[in-house]
Design a protein. Structure first.
Length: 163
C-alpha cells in the first residue's frame, strides 16, 4: 500500500514535494495537535512533524508518526524516502497546491488557461480535478528534477542523513 501523509504546519514545503512525487500529503496549516493526532489515527495517515513534543504524544497514542529532521527540501525528502523506502517518481504527481489528482490533457483543452507561448512550446498538460490548476513541464522542470534526483541519491545512502 502506498503511504499517505498528514503534514503539520512546520512542513508545508515537504508536503508539496511529496505531492510532486506522487504521494497523498494533506497539509494542515492551522490544526491543533489533538486534531492532527485524531485525524491521523482515523485516516491511517502517517503524521509528519518537526515538533518533538507532538511526535512523542502521537506515538504514545499509537499514531504512526515521523519526526522529520534535516534542513531544506532535499534533506527532508531524502531522509523520509530512506526511512520509509519511498519511490520518488514525479510521473504520478498530485496537485502541489491542493493534493488533488491530476489528469493529462492535450493543449486544446487548456488553450484559454495557459500563456500562448506555453501552448506553442509544450504538447502535454495536466489539470487538477479538485482546484482546476493547470501544469506543464516548463522552464522550472529542470530544477524540480534536480531536487528529486538529489533527494533520491540521499535516500539511497549517498551522504544520507537519517530521520
Amino acid at each position: 500500500m502506498k503511504h499517505r501523509f498528514l503534514v503539520n504546519s512546520m512542513l508545508g514545503s515537504l508536503a508539496r514535494w511529496l505531492r510532486i512525487v506522487g504521494y497523498d500529503a494533506e497539509y494542515r496549516r492551522d490544526a491543533e495537535d489533538d486534531s492532527l493526532m485524531e485525524e491521523a489515527s482515523r485516516t491511517g495517515k502517517v503524521l509528519l512533524t518537526r515538533d518533538r513534543v507532538l511526535a512523542l504524544r502521537a506515538k504514545k497514542r499509537g499514531v504512526e508518526t515521523i519526526l522529520v529532521e534535516g534542513e531544506g527540501d532535499v534533506e527532508q525528502l531524502g531522509a523520509l524516502a530512506a526511512a520509509l523506502g519511498l519511490e520518488l517518481d514525479p510521473s504520478n504527481s498530485r496537485c502541489p497546491k491542493c493534493n488533488g489528482s491530476l489528469t493529462q490533457v492535450d493543449r486544446d483543452q487548456v488553450r484559454d488557461r495557459v500563456p500562448e507561448a506555453s501552448l506553442e512550446a509544450f504538447d502535454v498538460f495536466w489539470v487538477c480535478g479538485s482546484c482546476g490548476g493547470v501544469y506543464w513541464r516548463g522552464s522550472h522542470w529542470d530544477q524540480i528534477a534536480s531536487t528529486i534526483e538529489a533527494a533520491d541519491k540521499l535516500s539511497r545512502g549517498e551522504n544520507s542523513k537519517r530521520l
